[in-house]
Design a protein around this ligand. Structure first.
Ligand code: MLT
Length: 317
């Protein structure tokens, strides 16, 4: 409570706004909402930060989200609770190796997920998020493009199946979604035969195959409201439960099981980097700022990465 009061004061005095991802902890999402900030997916966060009048953005999420905000609004100060909040997809797609891969296939259109570094985005023709990836690949396929897709192999494979597009896939994965287990999910469904299964497409194909609804965070929240079932088994980061439960207060939400549930799972369905966005860290970012918290992007890289990022935003508009 002490931090909440101080953060509210600092947001006002710094002309700052909190922008939080659905995967951050409930207290962070609640604070963003209570202070006129925003909670959403990475596409919506980028749009909100771009359009808001605040001169400082506090981006609560993982590093690429802060970078995207800085690429779009270089005139604003972009702070993060911690710059150590990484993403396994970003880490699994180093710019040198990815550039070499692209250079081997110069006739391919390079499409990268927003979950990448600014340098990787700068090498791309298009940036996409999970909420718009299917439409953009469908569009590129209809124009006869051959596609390089990076970094999430599960999402890439899902889109390839849905669209029939010709795609070369980088072999990255999200440590949260990669852990969902089809076998354990089948057992859970057996216990709750009346439940609908909602799955994020960063999950393995065997898990996606069991789904009643497949989609990005915002699409899964929408599906929760439209599906007739009152029990929902949800296979994505458990941070989503805060917003989903707000939207469907009378439905029962059940966490989908991970393969190594308990002591051995890598993430237990909550991103360890998203979990670093605590109240104390937000307070420190606002009170102290500086190299520990502020996002900077090399100007040459920023200008290049802005092109594919804007292409996505224009397509989504
Ligand atoms: C994002 O774009 O924010 C993440 O991929 C999660 C999602 O929204 O599906």
């Amino acid at each position: 409570q002490v931090y909440i009061t101080k953060i509210k004061q600092l947001l006002k005095s710094n002309n700052a706004v909190l922008i939080a991802h659905y995967y951050t902890d409930p207290e962070i999402q609640a604070l963003a909402e209570a202070t006129g900030g925003f909670v959403g997916d990475s596409l919506e966060m980028a749009r909100f930060g771009n359009q808001h009048s605040a001169t400082t953005l506090i981006v609560c999420g993982v590093r690429f989200m802060g970078e995207s905000a800085k690429i779009l609004t270089p005139e604003k100060k972009v702070l993060m609770p911690t710059l150590e909040a990484e993403c396994s997809l970003d880490l699994g797609c180093p710019v040198d190796a990815f550039t070499a891969f692209c250079d081997q296939h110069p006739d391919h259109t390079v499409v990268v997920y927003a979950n990448t570094s600014a340098a990787v985005k700068a090498r791309a023709d298009w940036v996409v998020t999970s909420s718009i990836a299917l439409e953009i690949i469908d569009h590129l396929d209809s124009e006869g493009c051959k596609i390089i897709w990076g970094p999430d192999r599960h999402l890439g494979g899902y889109i390839q199946k849905q669209t029939g597009a010709e795609m070369l896939l980088w072999q990255g994965e999200c440590i949260v979604h990669d852990e969902f287990s089809a076998q354990a999910l089948k057992q859970m469904k057996h216990l709750h035969p009346d439940a609908a299964i909602l799955v994020h497409p960063e999950s393995p194909a065997s898990v996606v195959a069991l789904a009643d609804a497949v989609g990005s965070t915002s699409q899964l929240i929408k599906a929760a409201t439209t599906l007739p079932q009152t029990k929902l088994i949800v296979a994505t980061d458990k941070g989503i439960f805060f917003k989903m439960q707000q939207m469907v207060p009378n439905k029962e939400l059940i966490e989908a099981p991970t393969a190594g549930a308990g002591a051995t799972c890598r993430s237990c369905a909550h991103c360890p980097w998203m979990a670093m966005n605590g109240l104390k860290a937000i307070y420190t970012a606002l009170a102290e700022g500086g190299q520990q918290h502020e996002i900077f992007v090399d100007e040459a890289i920023r200008v290049k990465s802005l092109v594919p990022l804007n292409r996505m935003l224009d397509f989504a508009a």
